[in-house]
Design a protein around this ligand. Structure first.
Ligand code: A5P
Length: 231
């Protein structure tokens, strides 16, 4: 465990609490950075008694949120989210992301696309010049996975079928993940669209134009990057 990095994650997560307001419907991302946010949010709810409702982006987040006493709801009940707080695997200067290192990209993207505001919390190692150093996670249906894999290879990626503890990794939605190593991704929007046109692909981890603010833990500080500023 890299303690410096954990501190940066925790600081960014704590900062995000400042943007949570009474009565909000909140989307909850997934991952180790979001874990710190959930912990702080649970504490805040207990101490300040403020009322919010949250939609989790994964079974894992749902479980952790319950443990921390965070009230949960669903996208059936609440169609619009006021704010979603989530982590990322890579963030570029235009606030485009690669997500899905934890395999929750599909529900995370659904929350991001239905949220009035999306705040991303990261440690400083996640900031990149160009996306693509981190292999792009692509969620695909199990049926015909080898053919889908070949189509992705046809786009120039080196493709790995994701495994967990020796077994093929299965998402909360019952799908597989193919991790696609491209060279630097020059046109994220274009690649996002092209990948999603392949039959068998459910969604990919490129998030383009969905983010309003990035909170970056850097040493002991947290940098607040807002769209159009500080970039
Ligand atoms: C989950 O599927 C991902 O999109 C996470 O948001 C991403 O992997 C960041 O996770 P960490 O905060 O654990 O780095």
């Amino acid at each position: 465990l890299n303690w410096q990095r954990e501190k940066e994650k925790r600081n960014a997560a704590f900062k995000a609490i400042e943007y949570v307001e009474e009565g909000m419907v909140l989307g909850l991302g997934t991952g180790t950075t979001v874990y710190y946010f959930l912990k702080a949010l649970g504490k805040e709810i207990k101490e300040s008694h403020f009322k919010i409702k949250c939609v989790p982006s994964s079974v894992e987040t749902e479980k952790i949120a319950r443990e921390f006493g965070i009230p949960l709801t669903t996208l059936q009940e609440e169609r619009v989210l006021d704010l979603t707080v989530d982590g990322a695997d890579e963030v570029d200067k235009a606030f485009n992301l690669i997500k899905g290192g934890g395999g929750a990209l599909l529900r995370e993207k659904l929350l991001a696309s239905n949220s009035k505001k999306e705040i991303i919390i990261v440690d400083s190692s996640k900031l990149v010049e160009k996306l693509g150093g981190f292999p792009l996670p692509v969620e695909v249906v199990q049926f015909g996975v080898e053919l889908t894999k070949r189509k992705l290879e046809g786009l120039g990626a080196k493709v790995e079928h994701r495994r967990k503890e020796g077994e093929l990794f299965v998402t909360d939605n019952g799908n597989y993940i193919l991790d696609c190593q491209f060279a630097a991704i020059e046109e994220p929007k274009k690649l996002e669209t092209i990948i999603n046109l392949i039959p068998g692909v459910v969604e990919n981890g490129l998030f383009v134009g969905l983010v309003d603010m990035v909170l970056v833990g850097e040493g002991d500080e947290v940098k607040v990057l807002k769209k159009g500023k500080g970039k």
